[in-house]
Design a protein around this ligand. Structure first.
Ligand code: VG1
Ligand code: CO
Length: 539
């Protein structure tokens, strides 16, 4: 029986870079999750009898919100909900499930790399029928709806047993609890040469960071590819990720880094984030930046069966280094530069204009799903290592010798007071027109702008996507504020310097970026505005 529950709007439900992310305590307010989920359903058409996929990264509140979402979906006329066992679906596996089940869309419950637990973060994202994050037109309509919502719909029904595979009825709707891993693992076997990876006899360490990739990595790496038991570390998803940040970078995955720099390091090391869409790649004694990883994967993808016909194009987010551009140029492929966030890649992938996409924040993926995909990136690297019979270090050096090297780092200033961060960005935007031609810290500014993107498939325009300062000679600094944080503001400063092939290809990144760091502060007044003398996280 459908029941209508009166509600009033929560005014802070604007989706950010990747869905709505807030503290768990915010989501626990009366009607908070309900309003948001109902608002999603109020702005999408075609619900009657349709299939909806629901899954999350297993963090605290995952199960409780899934139970609510199932009842709300039943009351809104969906015919079927497909949910991962235990409420678990990695973000790429959810994307794949939406596609193979021809679902209308899906609810992905995650705050990704943000910490989890009763006092930490939770999130809800809506993905559309192509399996990708809802584009801005949908999230704008959704946000507008959250500001006027006055009721949500539900049915009276018991909680579904999420741990038992099979079908049950909730109201007039079927709920199907499915294996979270099987379909995804089958897709990976189609794309990659599992026998070749097996035969290569590589050793590896994979840190699942007590997050969602544990079951996926264990099944694929240990069970199907034959890597030794224990290859997957921290492989059991925990509601609080063991108290850690499930963010695969050199700060939060430092144990993996130490393993990979040790004398007895395995051949290959990798980690993934809370919801399984990011990847960290570290070869034996060689860290590969995410921007370089994108370029190296694109240059070698044809070695994997799923990409043997070559690529249609490459896309990267604007702050991602231009390393991939050089590969595109050599291969004669189009390169697309999009705003930050995977939702901007969806149209390019659907249109067959790009095959591989990536972001500097450790996200890489392809047209196999419509999300970035951590385990996919790991498997493509393994396939390339197996096919080339060379180490990560050798492949990286060879790449730089061919294309030159884009030295790259991101400096994050976290938990800055929002007013201060806004003032920094406003001041910067105010002086963009005056910067070209001036010299700062020995670097001459060639161009300065606020990045805007016109989607080539539908002409939609997204403005104010980050301030770019381009120096003569190809170096660059980009400033933008994070759209995934849950307290204060995070200022991200992206630093890049290009060294042509044949020159300084194996220098320390700090040293190579020192003048750009100095110029960034001189241009934006980071210390003056934030009262911080150093970034909190350098990746
Ligand atoms: C960050 C990253 C961005 C990524 C987004 C979601 O966004 O910079 O590249 O797409 O997180 O990733 P922001 O707005 O905080 O810079 V995930 O793994 O959180 O779904
Ligand atoms: Co993520």
């Amino acid at each position: 029986m459908t029941r209508t529950v009166a509600t009033t709007p929560h005014t802070d439900q604007k989706p950010g870079t990747s869905g709505l992310r807030k503290k768990v305590t915010v989501f626990q307010q009366p009607n908070y999750a309900e309003n948001f989920i109902q608002s999603v359903f109020d702005v999408i058409d075609g619900k009657q009898g349709a299939t909806l996929v629901i899954g999350g990264d297993g963090r605290f509140l995952n199960r409780a919100v899934i139970q609510k979402a199932i009842r709300i979906a039943a009351a809104n006329g969906f015919g079927r909900v497909v949910v991962g066992r235990g409420g678990i679906l990695s973000t790429p596996a959810a994307s794949h499930m939406i596609r193979i089940r021809k679902a209308l869309g899906g609810l992905v419950l995650s705050a990704s790399h943000n910490p989890g637990g009763p006092t930490e973060d939770f999130g809800i994202k809506y993905n559309i029928a192509n399996g990708g994050p809802a584009p801005e037109q949908v999230t704008d309509a959704l946000y507008a709806r959250t500001k006027t919502i006055d009721r949500w719909l539900t049915v009276d029904a018991d909680d579904v047993d999420l741990d038992t595979l099979g079908e049950v009825r909730v109201g007039g709707m079927t709920v199907e609890v499915v294996d979270s891993v099987a379909d995804y693992a089958a897709l990976m076997e189609e794309l990659f040469d599992f026998p070749a990876i097996r035969a290569a006899g590589l050793t590896m360490a994979f840190d699942a960071m007590s997050a969602v990739t544990g079951p996926y990595a264990t099944e694929i790496l240990e069970n199907r590819l034959g890597f030794a038991k224990g290859t997957v570390r921290n492989g059991t998803p925990l509601e609080d990720f063991g108290g850690h940040h499930p963010d695969p970078n050199l700060v939060h995955a430092h144990e993996l880094y130490e393993t990979m720099m040790a004398a007895d390091a395995p051949d290959f090391g990798a980690a993934s984030d809370g919801d399984g869409d990011r990847n960290l790649i570290i070869g034996r004694h060689r860290f590969v930046t995410p921007s370089d990883s994108l370029a190296m994967l694109a240059a070698n993808a044809h070695l994997a069966p799923g990409y043997k016909e070559g690529l249609k194009g490459i896309a990267r987010s604007m702050p991602t280094s231009a390393a991939a551009d050089r590969v595109a140029e050599k291969l004669g492929l189009p390169i697309f530069e999009t705003p930050t966030g995977w939702k901007f890649f969806g149209n390019l992938l659907d249109a067959g204009m790009a095959t591989i996409c990536g972001e500097e924040s450790a996200g890489t993926g392809s047209d196999h799903v419509r999300e970035k995909d951590g385990v996919w990136a790991v498997l493509l690297w393994l396939n390339i290592l197996a096919a080339r019979g060379e180490s990560v270090d050798a492949i990286a050096r060879d790449h730089w010798a061919t294309y030159g090297r884009n030295y790259y780092a991101r400096h994050d200033y976290e938990g800055v007071e929002s007013d201060r961060a806004d003032a920094l960005m406003a001041e910067l935007r105010g002086k963009l027109a005056d910067l070209p031609g001036t010299t700062v810290a020995g670097l001459t500014i060639a161009e300065a702008d606020d990045f805007a993107y016109t989607d080539p498939t539908d002409g939609s325009v997204s403005r104010n996507q980050g301030v770019r300062i381009l120096f003569e000679g190809g170096s660059r600094v980009v400033f933008r504020l994070s759209g995934t944080g849950t307290s204060g503001a995070t200022l991200r400063v992206y630093l890049e310097r290009y060294e042509p092939a044949g020159e300084d290809l194996d220098r320390e990144t700090d040293e190579m970026l020192a003048d750009i760091v100095a110029a960034a502060d001189a241009i934006a007044g980071i210390v003056r505005h934030t009262a911080r003398t150093a970034p909190d996280v350098i990746t």
